[in-house]
Design a protein around this ligand. Sequence first.
Ligand code: C2O
Ligand code: CU
Ligand code: CU
Length: 431
Amino acid sequence: IDADGTRVFTLDAQAGTTEFARGVASETWGFDGAYLGPTLVAARGERVRVDVRNSLDVPTTVHWHGMHLPAEMDGGPHQMIEPDATWSPEWEVDQQAATLWYHPHPHGETESHVARGLAGLFLVQDEQEAALPLPREYGVDDVPVIVQDSGFSADGRREDPQQGFAGRLGDELIVNGTRGPFLEVHDELVRLRLLNASTARAYAFGWSDGRPIELIATDGGLLEASVELDRVMLSPGERAEVLVRVAPGERVTLQSVMTPELAGMNPSIAASNGITDAFDVLEVRAADRLDPAPEVPEQLADVPPVDTDDIATTRTFTLDGFQINGDQMAMDRVDETVTVDTTERWIVENTSQMPHSFHVHDVQFRIASIDGSPPPPELAGWKDTIFARPETRYELVLRFEDYADPDTPYMYHCHLLWHEDQGMMGQFAVV
Ligand code: C2O
Ligand code: CU
Ligand code: CU
C-alpha cells in the first residue's frame, strides 16, 4: 500500500524454463517466474495499481478479465507494453467478490502468449462474502485450480498441439503448472476456484465417485444459492467456485468428461473439437484427521432478478465462420457505441455447428434466456463469458454503468483464443 492508500502490485512478464517432467526443461513464459503468475487479491472499494513490466523480447499486454474498470486500464490490444517497458494501470475495485483472472491480449498473438504460461488469478473480496462461513484460507482450504491442456513430447517437453478447428487441443492437462497433480487437504470442506485457462478446450467437471459437484459461484461472484450438478461446464475464460466435503483418509478425483450431448453438438464432428475427451484433473487426498467445517447456508448472495424493463438498445451478435456479424476484428474500427449509464440487451446467436464462447470486457452481465427459456440455475448468476453452444441463441442483459471514453474501446470476442486471434472479436466504446 503506497502513501495515498493505493494497493500496488508488480508483475514481470518473463521467459524461463519449467520442468513439467523431472530434469526436462520446457521453454515457458510467466509473471514473476517461469510459468503462470501470482494470485492478486484486492477488496471491493480499494484503489489498486499494477506495475506490469515486460521483460519478454516481444510486445504484449495484460488484460484484467472480468474486472469493471476504465477502458484505458483494460489491457486489451490497444494497451501494448513494449519490451523493457512498464505499464501501470490503476483503478478502483468496484464489484462484488469474485474469481477473476489476468492474461495477455495482443491482437493476433493472444493464444501463443497464454499457452506459454502467461496467466494468473485476481481475487476480489467483499464484506458480504467475508461474512459467510465459506473456506477462505488461500492454498489451504481455498485453492486455485487453473486448468490448461498441452501436448508433451515422449520425454516430457511441452509442445504445441496440432492446429484444429477449435484451436490447439492438448492431450494432457496442466493444473496450476503441474502435470498429474494432487491436493492434500486437512479440512472437511474445501473450496476450489476453477479457471479454464486453456486456449481452446471446454471442460465438464465432475467427481470420480459420482457425488454431485456443489457450485457456489460463477464468473462474477456468488450464486443466489449453491447448486448441485453432475457436471460443471467451463469454456475457455470461464470460472466456477465449487465446494467439496471430504471424509478422513478419502481420495476423490476431479475429472472432466465432455460429451456431444453436454456441448449440444453433432456427435459426428465432436471429436475434432475435443468434445469427446475425458481427463483426470486433480486428485484430492484427505488427511486422516480433518478440521470440521460449518454448514454452508442455503442462501449465499442477493442476486437480483434480470431486469429487462429498462433496455435502451438491443444488439445482435451472430457467431459464424470465425467472424462476428460477418466481420473480422479491425483495430481501427469501433463496431458498437454504447451510451453510458444504460442497460442493453445483446442477443448472441451461434448459428454455426461448432461451439464458440462469448466474452464481454468491462461488465458482468446476466443471461436472460437461452433459446427463449430462462437459464438453468448454474447460468443464472453473474457472468462475463458464456459457452455458446452450436445453433443456440442467448439473450444477455448488460449494464454499462460508468467510465465513458469515446477514444478507447473495449472488446467482445470468442474466448477460444485461436478464433479470437483470427479476428472473431469486435470493439465497443462507452460514450
Ligand atoms: Cu479473457 Cu478479452 O479476454
Ligand atoms: Cu476480458
Ligand atoms: Cu469461437
